[in-house]
Design a protein around this ligand. Structure first.
Ligand code: SF4
Length: 216
């Protein structure tokens, strides 16, 4: 008979934190910021010096909203909600985006990594079952940099990476053992539509590569 898996298994990143590997991953992610190739747009702008690429995200974290979300996929919501943190800006920028004010117009508040750590803890105190980063791709280094402080304050929830699927394979590999649950949208399978609505002709080719790595 198959054994039921423990529903409250500890989050993956605790092991990396204890071994010191989490700091290596943070260094690896931060290295990408001064010639940004965090996503397949590969803008190569120096975000740390204030240059902006296609996503218009700068050096500092920008967050649009933080709340226990009850409209996510039911296994993430359970009883007390998915602890959702909506990041401002987006690397995909679909023309039909339902969060246009956040993704295209940049609505949100600049926050420090310490503040992000406190926000995660607050969601945990509210009983949320996970920390769900929505559209995190362009802020991957800053988000993961906030983790050690959050862990030291007692963070013990799995991380959900709720992204648009237009990801860098290198970044997804750096997130191995940090992210517990990937929830990418698969938006286009036809190049012409990906080009027309998101200016991303190679979307489906990239998506297939990163989905395999996420699944692994
Ligand atoms: S994250 Fe933004 S700046 Fe970096 S490559 Fe992607 S679109 Fe360009």
């Amino acid at each position: 008979m198959l054994k039921m898996k423990n529903k409250m298994a500890p989050p993956a990143y605790l092991k990396l934190y204890e071994s010191g590997e989490l700091n290596n991953r943070i260094a690896g992610l931060n290295k990408i910021l001064n010639q940004c190739t965090l996503c397949p747009r590969r803008c190569k702008v120096d975000r740390l010096s204030g240059e902006l690429g296609c996503c218009e995200a700068g050096a500092n974290l920008k967050v649009a909203s933080v709340f226990p979300h009850f409209g996510e996929e039911p296994p993430l919501v359970c009883r007390f909600g998915s602890g959702t943190i909506f990041l401002t800006h987006c690397n995909l920028r679909c023309s039909f985006c339902q969060n246009y004010d956040i993704s295209h117009q940049g609505d949100g508040e600049k926050i420090s990594e310490t503040r992000l750590a406190y926000l995660m803890l607050n969601l945990q105190k509210k009983g949320c079952h996970n920390i769900n980063f929505v559209t995190p791709t362009h802020f991957a280094p800053q988000i993961i940099s906030a983790l050690p402080e959050a862990i030291e304050m007692g963070l013990n929830l799995p991380i959900v990476w709720n992204c648009g699927g237009y990801e860098s394979l290198k970044v997804i590999k750096l997130l191995d053992g940090i992210v517990d649950i990937y929830m990418p949208d698969a938006k286009f399978s036809v190049s012409n539509y990906a080009q027309k609505y998101a200016n991303a002709k190679d979307y489906f080719m990239i998506l297939k590569l990163v989905l395999k790595e996420m699944q692994r």
